[in-house]
Design a protein around this ligand. Structure first.
Ligand code: CP
Length: 326
């Protein structure tokens, strides 16, 4: 167990070693148990987290804000458009100043080619930890909650378990690629055999693919890329199917939507889920386009764990905050 996480940033999924992620999960389960029993766990009394949002959120905002209150502290919700960022406050000002007011700075900034750089520059100027509430490359807190959920459903030893990380069709907007990227980086470290499925235009970043393959080699896990959703689902223990934009192909929303519309048949439905193992779990970080990306029959059905998964955002985030901000 690696317990010295005080003051550490969490921006990319590999910022914490595997052992450190195991510590986070141990603490998360302890905090989950304490909350279920109504036991006080005010490890961050008098501490304040800044939550700076450049993009909308339901789960991330709710779980970070509730989590800080349950840990005895407070979270300040700040939307970028209500700050002076547009009038000259650079990453240096935000890191220097918020690092002096707050005990941690959590940021969501998913703009392509901008968000991750922003977080790293703020972190460079901040004396307090910077936590990534999602950038265009990574969604590490989602991934910690996902890993926690998979272990709860499939057991702590995930070696040789097959997880499908699949693209799915959505019509609402071009969703970031950070969730699949975080999954393919983190899950091989726990021995899961990853099958990544997407149409040709929906590739992930080459450097992330290389790092994921390197993790798979290091931890003796499988890593395969296919362009057939149904073939990918076959005998899967975990089906994680969500939409993402063709961002490596085009950044233009109209062109991107036209590409997406070619693949409307990439919907998660009961027929496809039946190709997986009978006890497979269906996962999605939400929000999902119901009956477009996934049928309501699957989302509300017996294989779906999406609400347990959303709950675990709370516990995983509290664990990281308690370990880094104390
Ligand atoms: N999964 C997730 O990050 O949800 P929100 O966008 O609602 O925060």
């Amino acid at each position: 167990m690696q317990t010295d996480l005080r003051g550490r940033d969490l921006i990319g999924d590999l910022d914490f070693s595997k052992e450190e992620v195991e510590t986070v999960l141990d603490v998360a389960w302890d905090l989950k148990r304490k909350r279920a029993l109504g036991e006080s766990h005010a490890y961050l009394r008098d501490k304040v987290l800044a939550m700076l949002f450049f993009f909308s959120s339901t789960r991330t905002r709710g779980s970070f804000e509730a989590g800080m209150a349950q840990l005895g502290g407070h979270a300040a919700f700040i939307e970028s458009r209500t700050t002076q960022i547009a009038h000259g406050d650079t990453e240096t000002e935000m890191g220097e100043i918020f690092g002096r007011y707050f005990d941690g700075i959590a940021i969501r900034h998913v703009d392509w080619g901008t968000g991750n750089r922003y977080l790293n520059l703020v972190a460079k100027s901040s004396r307090e930890p910077v936590l990534n509430m999602q950038c265009e490359i990574y969604h590490p807190f989602q991934c910690l909650a996902d890993l926690m959920t998979i272990m709860e459903k499939k057991g702590r030893d995930l070696r040789r378990r097959k997880v499908v990380v699949s693209w799915a069709y959505a019509s609402s907007y071009l969703k970031p690629i950070s969730v699949p990227q975080s999954l393919i980086l983190q899950l091989p470290r726990f021995g899961m055999d990853v099958v990544l499925a997407h149409p040709p235009e929906f590739k992930l970043m080459p450097e992330i693919m290389e790092q994921a393959q390197e993790q798979a080699r290091k931890y003796n896990a499988g890593f395969e890329v296919v362009d057939d959703m149904e073939a990918a689902f076959k005998d899967a223990d975990v089906v994680y199917a969500k939409s993402w934009g063709p961002l490596l192909t085009t950044n233009d929303p109209t062109e991107g939507k036209a590409i997406q519309d070619k693949y409307k048949h990439w919907i998660t439905d009961a027929r496809k889920v039946a190709l997986a193992k009978p006890d497979t779990i269906y996962m999605h970080p939400l929000p999902a386009d119901r009956d477009v990306e996934v049928t309501s029959e699957v989302m509300d059905g017996p294989n779906s764990v999406v609400f347990d998964q959303a709950e675990n955002r709370l516990h995983a985030q509290k664990a990281v905050m308690a370990l880094t901000m104390r």
